[in-house]
Design a binder for this molecule. Structure first.
Ligand code: 5GP
Ligand code: ZN
Length: 111
């Protein structure tokens, strides 16, 4: 198993976990692009969102993102959720994950 996010999800590799359920964990991004930069990762490996048809899991990822946004206190000011997919989408880690970014104005910038 060489996938870095599988190792993080199984706790074989260290990360800062801010939220966890049976199906996913939410960690702090190691190279934050905003004051709050979290990653929502399913524990099960899917290379990209294209491989994942699990509606419950996809819904759980969105619900977890809402919950951690509230917990982090960024819900009112606002936040951005992003799933980079494949090369031109900017994906660098090929284990499905969703970014939650907040804490600065992201308005008008998509990249
Ligand atoms: P992508 O470009 O694939 O959408 O995002 C991958 C993200 O994972 C990047 O923001 C990167 O900083 C983060 N990342 C890569 N390796 C690690 C790691 O070992 N630990 C943590 N916490 N984040 C990582
Ligand atoms: Zn993986």
């Amino acid at each position: 198993m060489s996938c870095v996010f599988c190792k993080i999800a199984s706790k074989e590799m260290k990360s800062t976990v801010v939220h966890e359920t049976d199906g996913l964990i939410v960690i702090k991004d190691i190279n934050p692009q905003a004051p709050t930069h979290l990653l929502v990762l399913p524990k099960k490996h899917y290379s990209t969102i294209l491989e994942c048809d699990d509606r419950d899991l996809l819904a759980e990822m969105l619900l977890a993102a809402k919950e951690v946004a509230k917990k982090a206190g960024v819900d009112e000011k606002g936040f951005r959720l992003v799933i980079n997919t494949n090369d031109e989408g900017g994906q660098t880690v090929f284990h499905l994950h969703m970014h939650l970014m907040a804490g600065r104005s992201l308005a008008g910038r998509m990249g």
